[in-house]
Design a protein around this ligand. Structure first.
Ligand code: BYC
Length: 317
């Protein structure tokens, strides 16, 4: 079959909402786009464990510690599903992780901000996981089968994450004046970086046009960001705090909230590696990889041994 015919079969599947599977023919650029996006998504999950991990030993109660531990473990699991989904596209996990460590691959800008107080853990759950869910619900309908299926499970867990974050803030917002001030401070610091998670304006987004045609993306960066603002502007009313944007206002004509301009200089600075914690995050991931080498070697040796034993038993039978 000619490339043109193969491409037509691929496009027909996309058109008819049939998922593309690992062994199907796909354009090289579709494969590359998916490797880039899914691996960056996996890196975000794993690097995203670091700001929250910072609070596991300092969570205010045993119950909060157990919940936070479970949440951070969930993020590790999400990373694993997504690294596996990336592998179905023909790259090894070592290559993918090496791209993170050498700075070739990105991860979400949001994880380059520090977690200064316990209220930050609430704000991450409410705002960061809230933003992540909106994006990931849309990705449950993405055209590549393994990515879409990973997203279904991840979304279920993320919605628990968002609720636990909101609940932390709700409890604190009913507490002492100091606790209420901590909530406001955390919301002030996490609000704008959360809006940046959705990526640049559609007009500046290099990949959107093609990714939308291939149904990798089902909603644009700006559409999802607006959805997020509309959702959070209502939820914040229960927390007795305000969002740090004087331009935030319901627009009756548009039936959406208007909001102020994002500091794009800050966004690109963080994306390029110059955010408050970029160096610290990468150093922590490299250290974990190096210190975990013996675990990977032991697991491989064990699996080799099991295979050899099984082969020996088959030969003896
Ligand atoms: N940060 O053409 P565009 C979680 C880059 S983790 C850094 O619009 P695209 C959690 C973009 O990569 C969930 N870089 O790109 C975990 C591109 O550069 P390259 C994280 C960004 O791909 C632990 C360039 O800017 N979610 O929930 O069409 C604890 C132009 O952008 C960012 C995902 O990863 C950014 N924010 O659209 C708690 C979602 N934005 O690659 C919570 C999966 C853009 O050409 N990813 N860039 O060098 C996506 O949905 C899409 O990749 C994006 C960007 C919407 C993010």
């Amino acid at each position: 079959m000619s490339i043109l015919e193969l491409e037509q079969i691929f496009l027909d599947k996309i058109e008819r909402e049939i998922k593309i599977e690992p062994k199907d023919w796909m354009p090289e650029q579709y494969r590359k786009t998916l490797i880039r996006q899914i691996s960056q998504h996996a890196h975000s999950e794993v690097v995203g464990m670091l700001p929250e991990g910072n609070w596991i030993t300092r969570a205010p109660t045993l119950k909060r510690k157990a919940i936070l531990l479970a949440k951070v473990q969930d993020e590790a699991g999400h990373g694993l599903y997504l690294y596996s989904a990336t592998e179905t596209l023909g790259v090894t996990r070592e290559q993918t992780i090496n791209d993170l460590h050498t700075g070739k691959a990105k991860y979400s800008s949001i994880f380059n901000y520090p977690t200064l107080t316990w209220a930050d853990i609430g704000a991450i759950g409410w705002l960061v996981d809230g933003a992540a869910i909106l994006n990931q619900v849309m990705l449950c309908r993405t055209s590549y089968g393994p990515y879409a299926r990973a997203m279904v499970r991840i979304c279920k867990e993320e919605s628990f994450h968002q609720r636990q974050g909101f609940e932390i803030l709700l409890v604190m917002s009913k507490g002492s004046p100091e606790q209420r001030a901590m909530v406001q401070d955390a919301v002030n610091r996490w609000w704008w970086p959360s809006l940046m998670m959705f990526g640049p304006h559609d007009s500046e987004s290099t990949h959107s046009e093609q990714s939308t045609k291939w149904k990798i993306k089902r909603m644009s960066n700006d559409e999802l960001r607006q959805k997020f603002v509309d959702m959070i502007a209502e939820q914040v009313k229960f927390l007795n705090v305000t969002l740090p944007d004087p331009a935030l206002k319901w627009n009756e004509e548009r039936k959406h909230y208007d909001f102020g301009e994002i500091n794009w200089e800050e966004f690109w600075n963080v994306v390029k590696g110059n955010g408050p914690c970029n160096r610290e995050r990468l150093a922590a991931r490299k250290k974990a990889w190096e210190e975990g080498a013996w675990v990977r070697e032991a697991a491989l040796a064990y699996s080799r041994k099991r295979k050899e034993r099984a082969a020996g038993q088959t030969a003896a039978a």
